[in-house]
Design a protein around this ligand. Sequence first.
Ligand code: PAF
Length: 288
Amino acid sequence: METVLYHTISEVKEKVREWKRAGLTIGLVPTMGALHIGHASLMKAAREKCDRVVASVFVNPIQFGPNEDFDKYPRTLEADVKLAGECGVDVVFAPSPKEMYGEGIKLSNDLLTYVCPPFDYVDKLCGKSRPGHFDGVCTVVNKLFNIASPDFAFFGEKDAQQLIIIKKMVKDLNMNLEIVPCPIVREEDGLAVSSRNTYLSAEARKKAPTVYKALCEVRNLISKGVDNREILLDSALNVLDKDIELEYLEFVNISDLSISSKVTLKNLIVIAVKLDGVRLIDNIFPKG
Ligand code: PAF
């Protein structure tokens, strides 16, 4: 079947009603575009599991802080539709901000109904340096769920905090769908694939794989029984390229995102760094 590109909510809703009437299951892959092999793995997983697949391409203004990269975020719709087609996506939904949030609306929570995840889930890790980010994510994801009425929605494990928060939202608000987590896709040198990798200079790109190397080093030590946070942190700093600034390295419980004071084999190891002005995140399980 040919991939169709829709820009309006009503077109998607009409198609979804038709599919539902025919008793078909729907998979949704929410994205901000600049699609790469990581997104392709999500779209292929959706294709395998569902009768029909919608991929949204929307650079969501309300999840970016005032000094973040909303304006320069890569926008490559033509290539995105092509890749989505190759992955068997039925509908690409690429709305404008006006279509999603209405005419002239100031995107503050004075004027827009927001979905805000619990404080305990957002006052740490990426949420600490990106205030309001996860309110913006949950709000847009909620809107996308209402528009596409998916039975399954596919999210990458690279954005671990986002994934855990979205699962929490689905549970707390009794949403009628299943979240399907998909494994991190890596370049050959270990760097986790991300649309923001394109911001890296050639020189920085060569240094970036030390982020994954640092995670592997920490995992290795944990598997040998090291559970002291300072020792683990030092070992990561020794492996990270000296031009990489560490924002956080933490050990979290994936059930509730709480941070472990005593590191165990069950904790997810999460990291965020800045390299060349670019923020990179990654994570790994001790027994990966
Ligand atoms: O992970 C992303 O690309 C975005 O945060 C998402 C889930 C598409 C919401 O805008």
